[in-house]
Design a protein around this ligand. Structure first.
Ligand SMILES: [Zn+2]
Length: 61
């Protein structure tokens, strides 16, 4: 198992203790659901304000 956490600021799923996108170290391991952004121009990515490819949590607890 990987030790994935989620950045509270941008909801990106990251491994490690620093978010590669916003450099935040405010992480949570309580989250539910994942959306993978392949095309940042897609409707879902724009709706969720995700501008970088990658994996994001749908809901933080
Ligand atoms: Zn972040």
């Amino acid at each position: 198992m990987t030790k994935e956490k989620v950045c509270r600021d941008c909801r990106r799923v990251v491994e490690g203790n620093e978010c590669p996108i916003c450099k935040s170290t405010d992480m949570t391991n309580k989250w539910r659901g994942v959306v993978v952004v392949i095309d940042p121009n897609s409707e879902i990515a724009q709706h969720m304000k995700l501008s970088v490819q990658g994996k994001y949590a749908i809901e933080l607890k």
